[in-house]
Design a protein around this ligand. Structure first.
Ligand code: ADP
Length: 629
């Protein structure tokens, strides 16, 4: 099990409190102490070792586009307001001020059930206020170096993040380029005007060099470079993205090649943004090699999408990449793995050398640093806590939006909410479910232990026994897990209230998000989670466990300290059946007993802004903050 068992989960004040025993405050309701994450410029500079920072004479080659100030969200407060302390950097320079809204005060006592039909603040109240999230810095030249980008090379959420974030940065007037491996299984049907951009790139590798060609193409308007090595190693012509014995060397090579390309092409971005262990060597290459060759301008942001995978390897890597100097890199303060003194840990190296490291939600940032979920990197995160924070992912509202969703039989929005029920009927029709007054509870996701599969299973039976229908869409690469769910499917085959769809079907997922009344996400751990964000957009009420990004985005209807109009779902703390039942039971009861309240909750959910608007500005503030370090 990847999570540390028994880790106390401390919800943030003002955010989603859960109550596993209705009417009782949840256990461990203590705000985590995150105060040190407030950034201090002077200290931050000293935290990156050997980074002979900023030669101010370097001039970036970014186009001087104007930044168009974008108004802040009209309907929700900044996400940082939900954190005990701003984990994304609150710039402290004179140039940019980001206000951190203090957490909401603890209330005296919780009512057992808070009805949400009380007067709401007018939308215009919040939209008139100046947003602390308007980015006021200059336009930047940003290069994303990434192993994945949707839809051309997507395995998981990382690919979606690069795709969505890149567009947000571009529409704000920044110049953004993306560097990817040229996999043989890229979705070439999504790449336009593909052509050779750099014919002969020789990338140092062991004692020699590998000849590469760099291609350029547009992926839905995003400017992408694809690196193709010509070597018998055949690094990226394997018909799959990951899963090979030499994955570490493949991505070490890619990282080195991307840096060599920037150097040889004379590119001097303000910011290089790299992702996960696969590209965590980028800041090492920059500050240990290319800076000495004159590449003094770029600064590096590393985003970690899941701490479970860290890239732990041996000394060979230093020889292959030309980094050499084992005595230097095996130092505990640099790459030496925190547990195995004979191994190098690439993710650790990335944290040490990057100018800033983010993960995909503030809560997960806390859990990885202080909640036992850092998979051994906790001491490293503590050492570098001044340059570590969490930014919740966004979702692409061009794709996930019931008003324009081309996969829905009937489109709908806040003002045409009844259209949702046409989709509910269509979903029932598709799965041959009974057309009755019951709510539909859905689960969509990988059938991975991380997702809380025991609780999913329990929820199916609980729902059927408590007057609800249940729909599941999921699959697993693990044959045993698939077989388990096939067994369950056969067992429930005759039920008019249940359908399990074992497989991956993007189009069908749209209909389920639209047609279901509630979406269950009972994860053991969840760095950010996208399904609950999509569900909110479709007015489908999330029922989630209070971990990671789920805790940062779903606010319990009855027990959150958030204002009533921001509460958008049901939350439970404990990873056990009573915990799950406490939240699911309340959701089902509200659906039957207070349909008007349930409908208001749906509207709250649909008003939540989980687009890239706010995270885009968070990242720009981080970039701008590290630019002068
Ligand atoms: P993770 O990255 O851990 O898999 P996320 O919640 O971050 O989980 O993202 C899951 C994404 O994959 C969502 O967009 C979800 O709709 C989609 N998804 C997961 N399983 C399926 C499936 N079986 N069919 C269609 N889409 C799926």
């Amino acid at each position: 099990m990847p999570t540390a068992p028994g880790v106390p989960v401390a919800p943030r004040p003002g955010a989603s409190r859960a109550a596993d025993q209705p009417g009782q405050p949840p256990a461990g309701d203590t705000p985590p102490d995150l105060a040190p994450l407030a950034l201090d410029l002077s200290e931050m500079v000293t935290t990156a070792p050997s980074l002979d920072l900023l030669d101010a004479t370097e001039i970036p080659s970014a186009p001087a586009a104007e930044v168009t100030p974008v108004p802040g969200p009209a309907t929700v407060e900044p996400l940082v307001a939900a954190s005990p302390a701003p984990m994304s950097p609150a710039p402290v320079s004179d140039e940019v001020q980001v206000e951190a809204t203090p957490p909401a005060a603890e209330s005296e006592a919780e009512p057992e059930s808070v009805h949400i039909l009380e007067p709401y603040p007018e939308q215009s109240d919040t939209s008139q206020a100046p947003s602390p999230y308007v980015y006021q810095g200059p336009s930047l030249y940003i290069v994303q170096i990434t192993p994945e980008m949707a839809p051309v090379a997507k395995v998981g959420g990382l690919g979606d993040v690069v795709f969505g974030l890149t567009r947000e940065l571009s529409i704000r007037g920044n110049h953004v380029e993306i560097i990817l491996p040229k996999y043989d299984n890229l979705r070439y049907d999504h790449i336009y005007e593909l052509h050779v951009a750099f014919q002969d790139l020789w990338v140092p590798w062991y004692e020699g060099a590998i000849h590469c060609t760099v291609y350029f193409g547009f992926v839905h308007d995003r400017k992408c470079f694809f690196i193709e090595p010509h070597s018998p190693d055949n690094f990226f012509n394997r018909g799959a993205i990951y899963g090979f014995n030499d994955d570490l060397l493949r991505y070490a090579f890619f990282s080195r090649a991307a840096m060599e390309f920037l150097f040889k092409a004379g590119k001097h971005p303000d910011i290089i943004h790299c992702h996960d262990w696969q590209t965590a060597l980028v800041p090492l290459f920059l500050f240990e090699i290319y800076q000495h060759l004159g590449m003094t301008h770029p600064r590096v942001c590393l985003t970690i999408h899941n701490f479970k995978h860290q890239g732990v390897t041996g000394q060979e890597l230093l020889r292959a990449t030309g980094l050499g100097r084992p005595e230097h890199f095996f130092d505990y303060s640099r790459l030496r793995d925190n547990h195995n003194p004979h191994a190098l840990n690439l993710l650790k190296g990335g944290i040490v050398y990057a100018n800033f490291t983010t993960t995909v939600s503030p809560r997960y940032a806390f859990e990885t640093r202080d909640g036992g979920q850092g998979f051994g990197l906790e001491p490293t995160l503590h050492t570098h806590h001044l340059k570590y924070g969490g930014v919740v992912n966004g979702i692409d509202y061009d794709v996930w939006n019931p008003e324009v969703d081309r996969y829905l039989p009937v489109r709908y929005g806040l003002d045409t909410l009844d259209g949702k029920y046409d989709n509910k009927r269509a979903l029932r029709h598709r799965f041959l479910l009974a057309d009755n007054a019951k709510p539909i509870i859905a689960f969509i996701g990988r059938l991975d232990p991380q997702k809380g599969l025991e609780l999913v299973r329990h929820a199916i039976f609980y729902s059927l026994e408590h007057g609800a229908q249940f729909v599941l869409l999921g699959s697993s690469p693990d044959a045993r897990i698939n077989a388990d769910f096939w067994g369950l499917k056969r067992m429930l085959n005759d039920s008019p209230d249940c359908h399990l769809e074992i497989g991956y079907d993007e189009e069908l997922s749209h209909l389920i998000y639209a047609g279901a009344d509630m979406l269950l996400v009972p994860s053991q751990f969840e760095p950010c989670g996208l399904t609950q964000l999509i569900a909110l957009r479709y007015g489908t009420i999330p029922v989630v466990r209070a971990v990671g990004g789920l805790a940062d985005t779903v606010y319990d209807k009855d027990y959150s300290h958030r204002p009533l109009h921001e509460r958008n779902g049901y939350v439970f703390e404990n990873y056990d059946q009573p915990g799950l039942e406490s939240a699911l039971g309340r959701a089902i009861a509200c659906y039957y007993q207070h349909p008007d309240h349930f409908r208001e909750l749906m509207k709250n959910a649909m008003r939540s802004d989980y687009s890239w608007n706010i995270p885009g500005m968070d990242y720009l503030n981080i970039y701008n903050y590290i630019r002068d370090k």
